[in-house]
Design a protein around this ligand. Structure first.
Ligand code: 15L
Length: 269
């Protein structure tokens, strides 16, 4: 049985993955808080991604790592440096030392969040992070690229939209990904024989998508869900976009304009 380490297993995305991962993997779950409701194919190790030795222990004899641990919203530089930046370094160093074959590293739509909503992005666009958080996600992609090229650790970086049972607002109609479509991407990361280093946009087959998913489809991604199925209900339940608001013009939404704790960091020209 292949052992797959899942960091951040107690978080929202980690929890979805626990429910969709095929049972033929042993899942070594990890988080800073204990997880006790373990399935037969799961074990748990308490570990902090900012602790290099803990990552080394956590990844011993593992086939792959799905690295969902970290800060998942805008924060201050010091916190992002300690958790997201150092966490990715610790994880990849541990993977290198322990000969882990594959890493799935979460990037985010916020690594490209400063692109306008009327532009469709391929996975080869320059990064345009919309936040310090987005920068930390770009760092994760670059680190994955380095460790794939230099040390042969096969890496899939997924620029996640929003993993949820259904899209929760108008913006998410463009970047929602269902848990089962996300699982498909993860399975490609874990098993595709031709994977070296790839970047996928983590979205379902959304009619309003801002992303071109050709590359993911070439590697076998065949999304089953489309946020449009929920569009009528979402539009009825959420406010009209403001054509003058940058947060409604740019893909990253509020991440582009709101400082931590509130307040605009950029103003309209
Ligand atoms: C992200 O990167 C966050 O991790 C997630 O919590 C959502 O905020 C998502 O982006 C989003 O943009 O909806």
């Amino acid at each position: 049985m292949k052992t797959v380490v899942l960091t951040g297993a107690g978080g929202s995305v980690g929890s979805f993955l626990r429910s969709t991962m095929p049972k033929h993997y042993h899942l070594r779950l990890s988080d800073i808080n204990p997880i006790t409701d373990l399935a037969d194919n799961e074990s748990f190790v308490a570990a902090d991604v900012s602790d290099a030795n803990a990552m080394l222990e956590l990844t011993r004899n593992a086939y792959a790592v799905i690295h969902m641990g970290g800060i998942s919203k805008e924060s201050d530089w010091a916190s992002l440096q300690a958790v997201n930046i150092a966490g990715v370094i610790n994880l990849y160093e541990a993977a290198r030392v322990n000969n882990v074959s594959r890493v799935i590293v979460p990037s985010s739509n916020h690594a490209t969040g400063f692109y306008p909503r009327d532009q469709k992005l391929g996975n080869d666009v320059l990064l345009r992070p919309d936040s310090r958080y987005g920068v930390s996600k770009g760092f994760a992609e670059l680190t994955g690229s380095l460790y794939a090229d230099k040390y042969g650790i096969k890496t899939l970086a997924i620029r996640l939209g929003n993993v949820a049972d259904k899209p929760v607002d108008r913006r998410r109609l463009s970047l929602w990904i269902s848990p089962r479509d996300f699982q498909q991407q993860v399975t490609i990361g874990l098993e595709h024989p031709d994977l070296h280093f790839s970047v996928f946009f983590g979205v379902s087959a959304n009619t309003r998508s801002w992303y071109d998913d050709d590359h993911a489809r070439q590697l076998g991604y065949a999304p089953q869900d489309n946020a449009e199925d929920y569009a009528e209900a979402v539009i009825a339940a959420t406010p009209e976009p403001d054509p003058d608001a940058l947060s409604d013009q740019l893909q990253g939404g509020d991440f582009c304009t709101v400082e931590q704790g509130g307040g605009a960091v950029i103003t309209r020209q």
